[in-house]
Design a protein around this ligand. Structure first.
Ligand code: PNS
Length: 189
């Protein structure tokens, strides 16, 4: 059974990776699908995000990382997936996730949405929160993979001097393929 795990992943967090790893145990194959969303101004480009996820998931042989635009359900149909995988952290996630699941069900009755409860230690974690902490120079190494932390420190060190101090403590930076784009305000991710 093939499942699609769609999302923004700007950037991927340990919470996302928790869902990915557990999803790979449940399904024969999982595709992490990064949304190319023209309405959002991300910190990282889609190729950067794909690379960050690939680097974090090299140990998972039944995982593919891809990008898509348009409707998730159309992408899932095109890939002949049976399920959409989503993580649920807190009660406030539930309303929107349930609405998405119901809407997607009206668009394709064959494709089920499967929710995994995010592990306790990541129930507070979001990409937006990580970016906000990094923007003000806080430690994020315990929230994202090390190489992603370096990417984020790099982005913010260029525009936010408060982050530069943290950058000095971080491991050797990865070359980013592009300049970071404008930040977006914190929100749900
Ligand atoms: O990581 P995110 O931002 O919470 O992911 C949200 C995502 C990408 C799953 C959702 O916005 C989505 O599916 N967007 C694609 C457009 C779409 O299919 N819209 C209808 C969903 S009911």
């Amino acid at each position: 059974m093939l499942a699609i795990y769609p999302g923004s992943f700007d950037p991927v967090t340990l919470g996302h990776l928790d869902i990915i790893e557990r999803g790979c145990k449940l399904f024969d194959q999982v595709i992490v699908a990064v949304l190319r969303n023209p309405n959002k101004t991300p910190l990282f480009t889609v190729p950067d995000r794909i690379e960050q996820i690939r680097r974090s998931t090299q140990h998972l042989s039944n995982l593919e990382v891809d990008s898509f635009d348009g409707l998730t359900i159309d992408y899932a149909r095109m890939r002949r997936a049976s399920a959409l995988l989503r993580g649920l952290r807190v009660l406030s996630d539930f309303e929107m996730e349930l609405q998405m699941a119901h809407t997607n069900k009206t668009l394709s009755a064959q494709i089920e949405t499967v929710f995994l409860a995010t592990s306790n230690e990541y129930s507070f974690l979001s990409s937006s929160l990580v970016k906000e902490i990094a923007r003000f120079g806080g430690a994020i190494d315990h929230l994202v993979p090390n190489h992603v932390a370096v990417d984020i420190y790099q982005c913010f060190a260029k525009t936010h001097p408060a982050s530069a101090q943290t950058t000095a403590l971080a491991p050797t930076p990865l070359p980013l393929t592009t300049e970071p784009s404008q930040e977006k305000p914190p929100g749900r991710e």
